[in-house]
Design a protein around this ligand. Sequence first.
Ligand SMILES: [Zn+2]
Ligand SMILES: [Zn+2]
Ligand SMILES: [Zn+2]
Ligand SMILES: [Zn+2]
Length: 461
Amino acid sequence: MLRNMFPNNVEYSMTQKSGKDSLREIKSGSVLLIEKPFAFVLKSSLRAERCAFCLKTGKLSRCSGCQFCYYCGRECQKSAWLDHKYECHLLKKISPRVVPDAAMLVARIIFKLQRGADQEMGFYSDNTYRKFRDLMSHYPDIKKDDQRMQHFASICGVLLDYIGAANLPNHAELMGIYGRMCINGFSILDPEMHGIGTGIYLGASVIDHSCCPNAVAVFDGTKIYIRAVEDIPSPDWNKVFIAYIDTLNYATDRQAELQQTYYFTCSCLKCKDIEEACLMDSMLCPNSKCGAPVTHTYGIKSKCPECGTDISQELIDEYQNVSSFTERHLNDMKEYCYLDVCISCLKKQEGLFHPYNLQHIKTLDMAFETAIQMGLFTQARKYGEELIPGLRKYYGERHPLLGISLMKCGKICVYLGDFSAARDKLEEAEHVIKLTHGVNHILYKSELEPLLLTCHVELKS
Ligand SMILES: [Zn+2]
Ligand SMILES: [Zn+2]
Ligand SMILES: [Zn+2]
Ligand SMILES: [Zn+2]
């Protein structure tokens, strides 16, 4: 997820339709913006699983030209051809090499700009819009950024082979396109918020970041929906914030990620919350009747602040050992999770880590997802139930991932035949998902609603 953090300083009404109601507050759950991408690309790793145009799963057929892109039907293939006709023969020519996603997206933008799309307007209110060149490129920042410059050089190399020198804009212009893509690209997410592609949204790129956002970006296919999850008192884009990154991280890590990716420092309330930073790295008071978090980040105190129990040096050492053990395994499992590794981390954490310890929550999250994938529903349910309070604590009550985790817990209870517990979880999920996705979203319509219906039918009979 990425975008521009220096939006135009224009005040206007987002709810304004006819000039009336211009000062009306925005209610949580309302849609602030719906937009199609200026350019987008499906993750190449998913190209045989999802339609390259609508990004939906299902029966696909391969483009007979390039044998690279897959479509769900004639209609999508026809609509995609507008962009694909410039790249189809080039993809064929470069095969069996696979063009990296970023290079593919840059190429699509280049071809689109060649067709005059620099005049395309992405409206973010009735009469305010951005064109591609209005997006921030962060040219000077990128030039100083070795990692980005290496990436850019590799993309240039690929593009030279892929679209050829004749199609390449000059170096500065190419870097401008690259920078705009890096800074303003959104991760396109499936209904369960997994990244399936990258898209450039001209209007939505106006929205700033906060680690405690009042709006979320969700997707229907490639279409982005910006939805308010809090009441926003003044209809002004400068007061609307989405999270560019996963906020379930230490403030220092969030800051580093934002700086590295977007070249800014976040100064939101969550980033200044020292109490939260301590809680994320807290051990559990050894007095089993107490349960208070004992802080580690700013030096472990020798006594529990709640009950006064002594915290021995051995206990602190043990906590630090388990913490490095967990950190190492969480890092190793970024690509692929192993349930037995999660279980051994959780065993070591037991009685030592506070339930709100971030590493503990991340371990539970991995164990939960992996157990679901393995069909181990009784175990998954246990992890889910331990995980939810942590997600609530750090994501808050109105976060899509809280809603989705609640829904998964409910679904597991349905599988296990515990319909009363399922209904409770699903109703909690409904409360969140109504705000974050809305009742017309496919997640609500074809997942949550049928599950709730099943529960109601089962509980009546
Ligand atoms: Zn399709
Ligand atoms: Zn093709
Ligand atoms: Zn922040
Ligand atoms: Zn205590």
